[in-house]
Design a protein around this ligand. Structure first.
Ligand code: GLC
Ligand code: GLC
Length: 664
């Protein structure tokens, strides 16, 4: 690190030297677009010191540091010249209103292009539906070029600049982004930047023995280094391969000798593959990798992407002797990406995907790193509370862990395309006399439907044969009891399942930040077991909750005599509630001690507006005493949601799984 007081000076000196070289290289662009150049240099002057400091921190030991820094500046400037004018306008308007994403009008949805609507044109035709639902944010699951058979649902990217052909073209993608923006919906996609597919041209070059590209990945000719690294690594997809490395015979092809050819010699080597063996981890200690990924990132931003979901952030930096997760340099690299966006695509936001211990999770969240973050803790604890019918761990964790920087926001969800991992803190659990590991085992049994009295129909994901650990797959409705009750039980159980679905959605819609709906959940979509017939999916139970959208079922959404209609209309009421009060903007949150362990209570407030929420996680009637109501000014006249009532102006009797809101 450069001492604080010198950064600014050193950065300015470097910029003074580099800028004329950039100008020289981009002469033509500058003369064609002088206004663009002046906008660019204004932002560059302002943000370069931060970028320089971060880049220096990671790459200062490279003899070719300045070579890469110059290359980076040229790439950034080039991409600015390619930035369409409407996006440059968006940049300006976002700079004037940087907290736009904290509005209570925000509502997110996420879906797979092919499964939801066949292709990009199909997604376009669904814009009226997105508007009906109230979306202002649409996350399309990975849609870039990927291997045809196994591709981890697109998380193995073969080209960041090409749409996977069956889904459409890059032109269609940019046009869709624009149409969505006109409909006031921000487009979100993943930047899968921890790894590429082994079919990416970078990987192809590496396989062919090109040393420049071999250095893009973490590949080794023998087991020496892999063995040393693995002493400290967690296994992420143990069902797919043990450890973190995969052997490929095509790596390290022996050099061709002019006389003997390749006869008799054997190549082969180990590639770092944290996830599947066809997903090769990139080597960010190589500045060329950073620079090339910046180019890909800005290319996507210039197509009209407004939010990038940074995939698997925890894994991007590796260092021998550590777990290679959540290392300080991972943060520095992400912050450096962020500094780049402030210069060349200032309206772009980052959302971090870190499914890690809550202490590590929050470290990715800040205005200069990721402004948005998934909230896997809330997600896991909502399911925990449904299983235990208790809210102590949820209340405690929310009270101590939800506060983040006021210029950032949580993205709150109940389900996404991934499994549920029980990432609550063991220390928090211990405070409440709960043993974390035993409790995780219970939750897994419960959601696999193996625990007596369980309502859930989930499947294990990545069961570790050695430790017995696993995570849970399943759709919201199937985990909440709808599948079981429809098949085995009666109307009463169906009613409870629907209430569970609405209860947890009620929480994510009101608790602050951006709520995100996994599309399909809004009509109570059940597990789809046909993935077992597909050789590319049969070994990955997450496909049970990735069904093809059934538009005949969607057609029933306005009929409240159908399950679809009851879930959809119930959700619509909650969405209207959110959008109807400013109290739900921003992230202010106070947890109420409800004096009833089955009931979560919280206060939301924003610029003088307040809302008080009580959520009963049990199937029994529960009571909130009068003193709690008085303390928070909850009177009958203020109740805006929920079927429960305050009895005789006194206590609140909450019916089973009810979600009650007061707006005083
Ligand atoms: C992220 C994705 C997950 C994928 C993994 C590897 O965690 O959410 O679906 O398997 O990254 O890219
Ligand atoms: C692990 C990773 C997370 C990923 C998930 C996919 O939990 O930490 O990034 O989403 O696996 O199942």
């Amino acid at each position: 690190m450069i001492p604080e007081h010198l950064i600014e000076r050193e950065a300015r000196k470097s910029l003074q030297r580099l800028l004329p070289r950039v100008e020289q290289t981009l002469k033509k662009n500058i003369s064609k677009d002088p206004r663009g150049w002046s906008q660019f240099t204004t932002r560059l002057q302002k943000n370069f010191p931060a970028l320089f400091d971060l880049y220096f921190e990671v790459y200062n030991d490279r003899y070719d540091f300045f070579y890469h820094l110059e290359g980076l500046l040229i790439s950034i400037a080039r991409s600015w010249f390619n930035r369409p004018l409407d996006l440059r306008e968006l940049d300006e308007s976002r700079e004037k209103n940087p907290l736009w994403f904290q509005s209570n009008q925000m509502l997110g949805g996420v879906c797979y292009v092919d499964l939801f609507a066949n292709d990009l044109e199909g997604v376009k035709s669904k814009i009226p539906y997105f508007k009906e639902l109230g979306l202002t944010y649409l996350h399309l699951m990975p849609l870039f070029k990927m291997p045809n058979d196994e591709n981890d649902g697109g998380y193995a990217v073969s080209s960041y600049r090409e749409v996977h052909p069956p889904l459409g073209t890059m032109e269609q993608f940019a046009a869709l982004a624009r149409e969505l923006r006109n409909a006031n919906i921000s487009l979100v996609v993943d930047l899968v930047f921890n790894h590429t597919s082994n079919e990416h041209t970078w990987a192809e070059h590496a396989k062919a023995g090109d040393e420049e590209y071999a250095d893009f990945y973490r590949i080794f000719p023998d087991r020496e280094m892999p063995d040393r690294y693995e002493q400290n690594l967690r296994e992420i997809f143990p069902e797919e391969h043990a450890g973190a490395f995969t052997f490929f015979s095509e790596l390290f092809p022996p050099p061709i000798s002019r006389i003997e050819g390749r006869a008799g010699e054997r190549g082969g080597g180990w590639a770092w593959t944290t996830f599947h063996s066809y997903q090769w981890d990139l080597n960010y200690s190589n500045p060329a990798v950073f620079n090339r990924m910046v180019e890909e990132m800005l290319f996507l931003a210039n197509q009209g992407v407004e939010v990038l979901r940074l995939d698997a952030v925890a894994f991007i930096w590796k260092q021998l002797g550590t777990s290679c997760e959540n290392l300080p340099q991972a943060h520095t690299v992400i912050k450096a990406f962020n500094a780049v966006t402030r210069i060349a695509s200032p309206s772009l936001l980052f959302k971090s995907e870190a499914i890690v211990h809550p202490d590590d999770l929050v470290k990715y969240i800040s205005p200069d790193e990721c402004q948005l973050s998934y909230n896997p803790l809330l997600m896991a604890l909502l399911w925990n509370s449904l299983a235990t019918r208790k809210t102590r761990l949820l209340s405690h964790s929310l009270a101590t862990r939800s506060k983040i920087h006021p210029e950032t926001a949580w993205v709150n969800y109940v389900r996404v395309h991934d499994d549920i991992g029980w990432t609550f803190s063991d220390e928090d659990a211990a405070l409440l006399s709960v043993n974390g590991n035993d409790h995780r085992r219970f939750l897994n049994e419960f959601y696999r439907g193996r625990f007596n009295g369980s309502f859930a129909r989930g499947l294990p994901f990545q069961e570790n044969p050695v430790s017995g650990d696993c995570r849970i797959s399943g759709t919201c409705a199937s985990l909440a009891g709808l599948e079981k009750s429809l098949h085995e039980e009666g109307a009463e159980e169906v009613e409870l399942a629907i209430r569970r679905i609405l209860l947890i959605h009620g929480v994510i819609l009101t608790i602050g930040g951006i709520p995100l709906i996994y599309l399909g959940d809004e009509i109570g979509t059940l597990n789809d077991y046909t993935y077992r017939d597909d050789p590319a999916h049969e070994r990955d139970s997450r496909w049970v909750h990735r069904p093809r959208a059934d538009w005949e079922k969607y057609a029933k959404r306005s009929d409240v005599n159908t399950i679809e209609g009851r879930v959809y209309q119930g959700l619509q009421k909650l969405i209207a509630l959110r959008k109807g009060s400013d109290a739900f903007s921003g992230g202010n949150l106070e947890i109420i001690s409800t004096e009833n362990e089955h009931v979560l209570g919280f206060v939301r407030s924003h610029q003088g507006k307040r809302a008080i929420i009580f959520a009963n996680f049990s199937e029994q009637e529960r009571v909130i005493p009068v003193r709690v109501l008085k303390q928070y000014n909850c009177f009958i006249a203020h109740q805006v949601h929920g079927s429960s009532e305050i009895i005789d102006q006194k206590e609140l009797k909450l019916s089973a799984l009810d979600f009650v809101v007061f707006c005083p």
